[in-house]
Design a binder for this molecule. Sequence first.
Ligand SMILES: *Cc1c(COP(=O)(O)O)cnc(C)c1O
Length: 354
Amino acid sequence: MDIKVTLTENSRLSEVDFKNIPFGKIFADHMFSADFINGTWSNFEITPVHRLSVHPALMALHYGQSIFEGLKASMTQDGTAVLFRPDLHAKRLNASAERMCMPLVPEEMFVEVISKLVGIDREWIPKQRGSTLYVRPLMFATDEFIGVRASEKYKFLIITLPVGPYYNKPVSLLAETTYSRAAQGGVGETKTAGNYGRSLYPQMLARQQGYDQVLWLDAKEFKYIQEVGTMNIFFVLGNKLVTPATTGTILKGVTRASIIEIAQDRGIEVEIRRISIDEVVDAYNSGDLKECFGAGTAALVAHVDKIKYKDLVMELPKSTEVSKLIKEEINGLRDGTVLDTRGWIYPVTQDVMV
Ligand SMILES: *Cc1c(COP(=O)(O)O)cnc(C)c1O
């Protein structure tokens, strides 16, 4: 694959205070772009980050063919830039693409271009523990056409952002019993733009009641727990780690899959199954609910200290025993202080000569 590289002449690196990075607003110097035209990917380019100019009939804006991914690059203590499980993110992007009738991105291309882009902007990877370079690949429909059909042309872009630790405080959740995030047969399993748009209104209502995030329940009975914002959810019930099974309505988190494997390797019993909000209430009342946390790339793990369901406010135990163990291991893999025995860590191309 031939990537045309144009490096910036005005790096913004020196303007960034790495000890105090506002989330989502500071972008590294370069971006990757490619176009899907006539049935194939072309125009591979790395350039300084710049605005795009779009036609008002750009199909992505009207009909929602727009998907994304989120993964992290970090710096090991010996100075190697690494990616965390980029192969799984490639597979998930393609699962999203398939469901949204969009072209696939070859897995090797996905990993190679991220590796190259991160290699070029490696100075942008924060060195503080828990801080990382967030990588945001996205793809959207670019035909200029009014009428509902799949687009024939697409753009695939990657931008990167240095980020500090995401949630410093524990989070409170409001179990939502009026609005839903995902119904069986829908697109809950895909990282597609509309899933986030539809969540904003209930999220605003939760905030007005003083809660940080919505805890989504199933769309039919409002009984079974799905997930939170951009995190999967885990409960420690007795001595078991329990998380909802992903049966089409829940995003299959890479962090979720990693946590399940780490916990099992540590001898913790993991149950992946349907879990109702009533079961959580019962466990809370009996003292069996020991710990609750959200898990996703952005936050890694976020301790949940409060859940409201109907009129019941559950103040959860302060214990972070399991979530801490997992956080330590994943952060250790990212900074190279924990040996990667599972092949999760992918070193970035070091030769950035162009
Ligand atoms: C991205 C995302 C997650 C977390 O997935 P990771 O691969 O762990 O980052 C969970 N839920 C939703 C809705 C998401 O968009």
